[in-house]
Design a protein around this ligand. Structure first.
Ligand SMILES: Cc1cc2nc3c(=O)[nH]c(=O)nc-3n(C[C@H](O)[C@H](O)[C@H](O)COP(=O)(O)OP(=O)(O)OC[C@H]3O[C@@H](n4cnc5c(N)ncnc54)[C@H](O)[C@@H]3O)c2cc1C
Length: 407
């Protein structure tokens, strides 16, 4: 029995992969009640490949928008570059934009249906573990109090408990702080008319003056869409807590997009019309050199918290889950399986943590901002060539493992 700590995207995907491999497991989730939290999330082709193998593609397709293209603009609304995405770019697998809460619900339902309702225990906040040569014992509080619950024993334990992982905290008590990026992002969802192709993701501006990302995550019956957006810029830390649910206020960031009323999308109006706004000071942690300690290991944000840039937080957790399940299905000794998994995944995810800090997927915007001196340009050709733009975009895909050739 594998004990999975945390029923987020990574923990649930791990449970589905283990079940498929015939390995018993149980998920322990801290929150008492599952709610559709967060805003939009992108599932890139490399992650869709894994979710399709778990037969989840039709549920996702029915509740998401299949992304056609990503379009880059400067803050004056001048077009810089467009690239096709997912199947429209020749990948074997699609790219979907979806509400994180919807993706989470699809995974929770699949776990409950396939593994049975008892496989997913809510209201179990992990606090401690003990291990010997053969077993591991996990200890829990209830979700909201310090009332101690019955301990559980298993052959191994996987910490999938997110950016503030309690499992990781047991092995790295000191010198493992959240590191603020210097960038705070405000995110929200707004019901509105489709823009551009109706399945376009747009990036506009740059972090020094304000950058905006927007993309539809659901189609509504009346022809409207739910659009996920985020505004971000460099600013001193507001409260870099790693808390995904912190409420935000439009007055704190409206100035950064106030002039971005483009003919194809009125961005200031969109953010003012939001159903709710969340504030997230972007944080990560210094990559670790070791995730596995005997019968315990880490997965997803618990193992490699990264800035939420390039749609890789969820994607890398999903890939970790399949590779860890594969490793456990071929190795009878969990300790050996964890070491093999770590050897494969740790260097790759470390490279993405670094790329998200220095060379993110939207480095195109930085390049144009700097070369144009943040002024409107007469012709793009005088600023940057198509080949350079392609190369900048491709660099990130190689590091994150989602070039067209990967499929
Ligand atoms: C509420 C919430 C909203 C989010 N919103 C967004 C978003 O809008 N956009 C985005 O890009 N990313 C968002 N994320 C982060 C994103 O889900 C992750 O970066 C990514 O999916 C990696 O998944 P994960 O399973 O490693 O971590 P997560 O998806 O964060 O899951 C971790 C899970 O562990 C649980 N947990 C924490 N501590 C304990 C404990 N001690 N014992 C048991 N369980 C515990 C948490 O409640 C959570 O369910 C959000 C995360 C959460 C938890």
């Amino acid at each position: 029995m594998i004990l999975i700590i945390g029923g987020g995207i990574g923990g649930l995907t791990l449970a589905l992969n283990l079940h498929k491999a015939g390995i018993p497991c149980q998920i322990f989730e801290a929150v008492e009640t599952i709610k559709p939290l967060g805003v939009g999330i992108n599932i890139l082709p490399h992650a869709m490949k894994e979710l399709s193998a778990l037969e989840l593609e039709s549920d996702i397709a029915a509740n998401a928008v299949e992304t056609h293209e990503v379009c880059f603009y400067n803050r004056f609304g001048q077009h810089i570059y467009t690239e096709r995405r997912g199947r429209f770019a020749g990948y074997k697998w699609p790219q979907y934009s979806i509400h994180r809460g919807t993706l989470h619900e699809i995974l929770v339902n699949a776990v409950r249906e396939r593994l049975g309702p008892k496989a997913f225990l809510t209201g179990h906040r992990f606090c401690q573990l003990e291990q010997d040569a053969e077993k591991v014992t996990a200890y829990f509080y209830t979700g909201t109090s310090k009332q101690i619950l019955k301990p559980y024993r298993g052959t191994a334990l996987v910490g999938c408990d997110g950016i503030k992982s309690a499992v990781r905290g047991l092995f790295y008590e000191k010198d493992d702080p959240l590191i603020y990026s210097g960038i705070t992002m405000w995110r929200g969802v707004t019901r509105q008319q489709p823009f551009l192709s109706g399945a376009s993701m747009i990036y506009a501006g740059w972090l020094k003056t304000g950058k905006v990302i927007a993309y539809p995550i659901a189609k509504l019956d009346n022809g409207m869409q739910i659009v996920n957006w985020l505004c971000e810029f460099y600013c001193s830390p507001r409260s870099p807590s790693g808390d995904w649910g912190q409420a935000g206020n439009v007055d704190d960031f409206l100035w950064s997009c106030e002039e971005m009323n483009f003919p194809w999308l009125n961005i200031p109006q969109m953010v003012k019309d939001a159903e709710y706004i969340l504030e997230y000071p972007m944080v990560d942690k210094e990559p670790l050199t070791k995730w596995s300690f005997g019968r315990a290991t880490l997965l997803g944000d618990a193992a490699h918290p990264m800035y939420p840039r390039g749609s890789n937080g969820a994607g890398q957790a999903i890939i970790d889950a399949r590779i860890l399940a594969d490793s456990l299905s071929v190795e009878s000794d969990e300790v050996v399986a964890f070491v093999k998994y770590e050897k494969e995944r740790l260097p790759k995810t470390t490279a993405i943590v670094h790329a998200n800090r220095t060379n993110p997927p939207d480095a195109i915007l930085r390049e144009v901002y700097e070369r144009s001196g943040d002024k409107p340009f007469k012709s793009m050709k005088n600023i940057i060539t198509k080949d350079e733009l392609y190369e900048l975009s491709d660099q990130y895909k190689k590091i994150a493992g989602f070039q067209v050739s990967m499929t």
